[in-house]
Ligand binder design. Structure first.
Ligand SMILES: Cc1ncc(COP(=O)(O)O)c(C=O)c1O
Length: 420
């Protein structure tokens, strides 16, 4: 069975983890800092904070931006739950913007026309690894005093062109904070893991503090345990003596730490990232060519940049910029005369797994119950959900695996073998 996504682990990955396993540190050791440094260099970011998963990274992003009750956080209707849940964790109201029908990303035109004055953050999600029009989203958000978080969990190592330059996700000026996920189905993995990226010194320092219970051991940050006590003076009170054991909890943080084992794997996977990206591109290109003529199916748009008349800046991308996480087709099930469940079963019978990504988040029972959202809120996202099917895409697929997917999809429409 070919799953829709799968990690790729080789001997160098195993060796890296075993080396970390036999070292002095299983967590909070040197691998974490090295992974952060190497990831920062890869995307061209100033600060990188590695955490236990990208949900935690999004949660920390909300905390460091000071988001809370009374604030609205808008995100794409076509995303994983975490992009919105992070806002709910801090007491803000998650809200949803419809997607553009071509790239299935948050539509900047809808963002502008549906803007509400209490919106403090826009979480732009790069669905499948296809980048959002970040210059346009940033123009709309920043001119109204809101922050931009780019949920780039699907697009590790990818990028786009804007203002005549090439930019990496996580390394461009149109997001205040970016987040990436290293879950095993993603482009590279640490088992579980995530990263928060920012150029802002203060936010990075706060994210580091909150990652580990809000605790600092850095003497220059100490404020003391006793009111009015100067911690640097030699104190007559035992309570305010600052010795080598001393630490302070300065904020209510979390245990969002990532281990050295995970970061050792991350460093090794980072070396292999270019190879992962190019194999994914190759497979997507083969699929696009094989499926282009199928009338019951719409292939993803992977190379045609700007769905908008650019206002603030030129914006473009092509397959070569993309780090693809998903290959999602849209199937006209009525035309095919089959339900999606039947189609998925037929593919399964051929050893081909598939997945539906995503159910519009606001349709989930908790969101409807808590915020009163109802069907019809984002028609493009609902139409996309009704037809979406993600097919296997991962670097360890062989040419035979790819051909099996192609043949199985063509078989759905009863395309005779001679025409294949
Ligand atoms: C778009 C998006 N955002 C956030 C997340 C959360 O990532 P993690 O599983 O690392 O918490 C995911 C994971 O599937 C995702 O796809």
């Amino acid at each position: 069975m070919l799953p829709y996504g799968r990690h790729s682990i080789n001997e160098s990955d195993v060796d890296a983890v075993v080396r970390a396993l036999c070292s002095d540190f299983l967590t909070c050791g040197p691998e974490v800092e090295l992974f952060e440094r190497e990831f920062a260099a890869r995307v061209g970011a100033k600060h990188v904070v590695a955490v236990c998963n990208a949900t935690a990274a999004l949660h920390l992003a909300m905390k460091v931006l000071g988001i809370g009750h009374g604030d609205r956080v808008v995100t794409s209707s076509n995303t994983f739950l975490a992009s919105a849940n992070a806002a709910a964790y801090v007491g803000a109201t998650p809200d949803f913007i419809d997607i553009d029908p071509e790239f299935h990303n948050l539509d900047p035109r809808k963002l502008e026309s549906h803007w509400k004055p209490d919106t403090k953050v826009v979480v732009a999600v790069d669905y499948a690894g296809v980048p959002c029009n970040m210059p346009e989203i940033a123009r709309i958000a920043r001119s109204r005093g809101a922050y931009v978080i780019e949920d780039a969990c699907h697009g590790i190592g990818g990028g786009f062109e804007a203002d005549g330059k090439s930019w990496k996700l996580g390394g461009h000026p149109w997001a205040d904070i970016s987040t990436f996920s290293f879950h095993p189905v993603k482009t590279m993995t640490t088992g579980e893991g995530g990263i928060l990226v920012t150029d802002n010194d203060e936010w990075a320092a706060k994210a580091r503090l909150l990652r580990a219970h809000g605790v600092t051991r850095n003497p220059s940050d100490f404020v003391g345990l006793v009111d009015g006590t100067n911690h640097t003076s030699v104190c007559n009170s035992q309570l305010s003596e600052v010795g080598p054991w001393y630490y302070e909890m300065q904020d209510l943080g979390f245990n969002f730490r990532i281990t050295d084992l995970q970061c050792a794997l991350g460093r090794s996977q980072l070396q292999r990232l270019p190879e992962f990206i190019s194999r994914r591109q190759e497979i997507a290109q083969q699929y696009n060519e094989a499926f282009a003529s199928l009338e019951f199916l719409t292939i993803p748009s992977l190379a045609s940049g700007d769905p908008l008349p650019a206002t603030s800046s030129d914006f473009n991308f092509s397959l070569v910029d993309l780090s693809l996480h998903l290959y999602t087709v849209q199937i006209d099930f009525a035309r095919l005369g089959k339900t999606r469940t039947e189609v998925m079963q037929e593919l399964r019978d051929q050893g081909v797994g598939s997945q539906v990504l995503y159910i519009p988040v606001y349709l989930q029972p908790w969101y409807r119950r808590t915020f009163g959202y109802a069907p019809g809120k984002c028609p493009n996202a609902e139409a996309f959900y009704a037809r979406a099917l993600s097919l296997p895409l991962y670097p360890s697929m062989t040419d035979q695996d790819v051909q099996r997917v192609i043949d199985s999809v063509r078989d759905l429409g009863g395309i005779p073998a001679a025409v294949k």
